[in-house]
Design a protein around this ligand. Structure first.
Ligand code: THU
Length: 136
């Protein structure tokens, strides 16, 4: 699976976004270390706060099926019905990724033509994570 292939799967997942309030469709494709891909889209709610981002949809789908070892995630977003563009993960999704992802985890942002690679340390420096609760 190349980075651009993973990004194309993220773009495909945008088609399922449910965004009647923002009209902003996001897709994510999460690659496990064993080579499986879990896709996700954002799902909004009339009461707004239950809205789930595409990245968390993908992570929760994977974890709920027993997967916890992840290699990479591709994320892409933009106005629904238009081609996806660069979309950085929100702070909540960065923290959720922090829960499961090791330092070699790759975050792919950009378009279906060009992908930029980030680490979680790039996007969430000096973070709080599972090891902070050891021994509590
Ligand atoms: N959104 C995501 O799906 N992922 C992000 O990381 C940024 C924001 C969604 C949430 C909401 O449905 C819409 O984009 C506008 O904020």
């Amino acid at each position: 699976m190349t980075d651009l292939e993973l990004m194309r799967l993220a773009e495909d997942a945008r088609a399922y976004s449910y965004t009647p309030y923002s009209n902003f469709a996001v897709g994510a494709a999460l690659l496990t270390k064993s080579g499986k891909v879990y896709t996700g889209c954002n799902i909004e709610s009339a009461s707004y706060t239950p809205t789930n981002c595409a990245e968390r949809t993908a992570v929760f789908k994977a974890v709920s099926e027993g997967e916890r070892d992840f290699a990479a995630i591709a994320v892409i977003g933009g106005p629904a019905g238009e081609k996806g563009r660069f979309c950085a993960p929100c702070g909540v999704c960065r923290q959720v990724l922090r829960e499961f992802c090791t330092s070699d985890f790759r975050i792919l942002l950009g378009t279906v033509e060009e992908v930029k690679v980030f680490t979680l340390e790039d996007l969430l420096p000096t973070s709080f994570g599972p090891s902070d609760l050891k021994g509590v």
